[in-house]
Ligand binder design. Structure first.
Ligand SMILES: Cc1cc2nc3c(=O)[nH]c(=O)nc-3n(C[C@H](O)[C@H](O)[C@H](O)COP(=O)(O)OP(=O)(O)OC[C@H]3O[C@@H](n4cnc5c(N)ncnc54)[C@H](O)[C@@H]3O)c2cc1C
Length: 471
């Protein structure tokens, strides 16, 4: 419980305009995209690394929890104050501090929105590749904490591949810099890579230096229409197997296409499975790859492959794809959105297994995602007020994870563990690995002040393992 005295101290650190303890404000910061709610005891909007440092130092003295927050778009409860304490919002730190054209880097504060950075870079002929579907409303700090990835990960990789250096405030308040601005650097342990994807449990990112790339000369969009999801899934591995790495390779099942087109009012109403593919590079390589992909798609059973799109049509296609997650709520009031990944060659097996789970559970399970890198969003739709459906949904989640691990995959490629997946982490990681990770947390945060209740299962949930899972 935060006392009145501590509230005053916190207010004096960030200023009156940047601290709130009123119920109506606290409710606004009680949510993320998981649709669960935990009300914080206060919300602070930090403006500098020193403010973050002072807050954390005070937290260690007074013994209250601090939960970092970007835009609150996380899918696993990472920014929720599940054990109380204050929410530390970085949304006010929105400066692009530097764009260095010669060294192809940008240095930003954590509250910068990736799309806005993209708008500043495009006129310079540059881009920052990580593009989570939430790129227009999540923050780069949150992307770093979750190691976010998006459609372009198939060719360009994920957030971790573009972080050169970080300024981080450690849980006890020390401010450190990790990495360097150089392309190479191997001095000491790679703390940058450890902090990226650490879900706000090891430190608060207050600045990041990002690697940029020159914009490709040419880009082409293709839409391959298949009678069913299995044929579309099989074609994914055929494309990469032919040595072609598209810039994006997205898969959508008929139910998600129908839902999203109705939601956006797009004309793409198909009762088919789709592959949305983009190739980029030189004009010559783009033409060559597009022709090869068309042939592979037809060989794989596509009924049609469209490619001559106007700029507006491409925008509409992506609008529909990006609306998919939200559109699914038209089907059922609740969903569990899993982000499993399997080797590309096993996508068809994953789809087949999900179909079996769907039939067994009697639930509606909708799949789409970044098939090019093996990452499929499995959306288990249910009504939480229906006890049978809720129980079936929980069971289906465990079955999807078992299936994924059996195919050599991982239970999360994007959203992290947070609170939602904590109880399943033992299915993928051995107890020795988990013990090492807990030890790392203890070194960074001996008092457990920063973002408690995340990643590691609570005492009651421990031991949720699958015997025989290959580790
Ligand atoms: C419609 C939709 C589509 C999405 N699509 C994708 C997708 O394609 N790919 C993908 O990877 N994710 C996706 N997400 C999930 C989400 O957008 C990402 O996880 C994103 O990176 C979260 O950013 P945020 O700023 O909202 O962070 P929050 O949700 O506020 O926080 C997420 C985690 O980061 C920590 N955190 C936030 N800022 C900092 C900081 N400065 N320092 C330390 N820790 C911090 C928090 O404590 C928390 O643990 C999607 C979400 C939605 C709603």
């Amino acid at each position: 419980m935060i006392t009145e005295k501590v509230k005053k101290q916190l207010t004096s650190i960030v200023g009156k305009a940047n601290a709130t303890f009123t119920a109506e404000d606290l409710i606004c910061y009680a949510y993320d995209a998981t649709n669960k709610s935990y009300r914080p005891e206060g919300v602070l909007f930090a403006g500098t690394a020193s403010e973050v440092s002072e807050i954390l130092k005070l937290a260690n003295v007074e013994g209250f929890f601090v939960v970092p927050r970007g835009a609150g778009t996380g899918f696993t409860g990472g920014s929720l104050p599940v054990k109380g304490g204050i929410v530390l919002s970085l949304e006010r730190m929105t400066k692009v501090l530097d764009i260095d054209r010669e060294n192809l880097t940008a240095t930003v504060e954590p509250g910068v929105i990736p799309w806005e950075l993209g708008q500043a870079l495009a006129p310079l002929g540059l881009f920052y590749p990580p593009d989570p579907t939430s790129y227009k409303f999540s923050t780069i700090g949150g992307n770093i904490a979750e190691n976010a990835g998006g459609p372009s990960a198939v060719k360009y990789g994920v957030t971790r591949d573009y972080i050169l250096s970080l300024e981080v405030v450690l849980p006890r308040g020390e401010i450190i810099r990790t990495g360097t601005k150089t392309m190479k650097g191997v001095v000491g342990y790679d703390l940058t890579r450890l902090l990226v994807g650490s879900e706000g449990t090891l430190g608060v990112v207050t600045e990041a230096t990002l690697r940029l790339l020159p914009l490709p000369e040419s880009k082409k969009t293709l839409l391959a229409v298949f009678p069913g999801l299995m044929a579309a899934a099989g074609t994914v591995a055929d494309i990469t197997g032919a040595g072609i790495i598209p810039a994006t390779l997205e898969i959508m099942d008929p139910a998600s296409v129908k839902c999203a087109t109705e939601f956006t009012g797009s004309t793409l109403a198909e009762d088919s499975a789709l592959l949305l593919i983009e190739v980029d590079g030189t004009a010559e390589s783009v033409e060559k790859d597009s022709e090869s992909i068309k042939k592979i798609a037809f060989d794989g059973g596509a009924s049609e492959v469209r490619s001559a799109f106007e700029k507006k049509e491409v925008k509409d296609l992506w609008k529909t794809r990006r609306a998919m997650s939200a559109a699914l709520f038209r089907l059922k009031p609740n969903k569990i959105n899993e982000d499993v990944v399997v080797p590309r060659s096993r996508i068809a097996d994953l789809i087949k297994g999900i179909r079996e789970i769907t039939d067994r559970s009697g639930l509606l399970i909708v799949s789409f995602g970044h098939a090019g890198d093996g990452n499929i969003h499995v959306n288990i739709m249910y009504d939480k007020n229906d006890a049978n459906e809720s129980e079936a949904a929980e069971k289906a989640v465990a079955e999807v994870f078992e299936l994924t691990l059996g195919l050599g995959g991982t239970i999360s490629g994007e959203h992290g563990v947070g609170t939602s997946k904590a109880k399943y982490i033992g299915m993928e990681l051995s107890s020795e690995t988990l013990c090492l990770m807990k030890g790392i947390k203890k070194v960074f945060d001996p008092q457990g002040i920063l973002n408690p209740g995340k990643i590691f299962p609570s005492h009651e949930e421990e031991g949720y393992e699958r015997a025989g899972v290959v580790r």
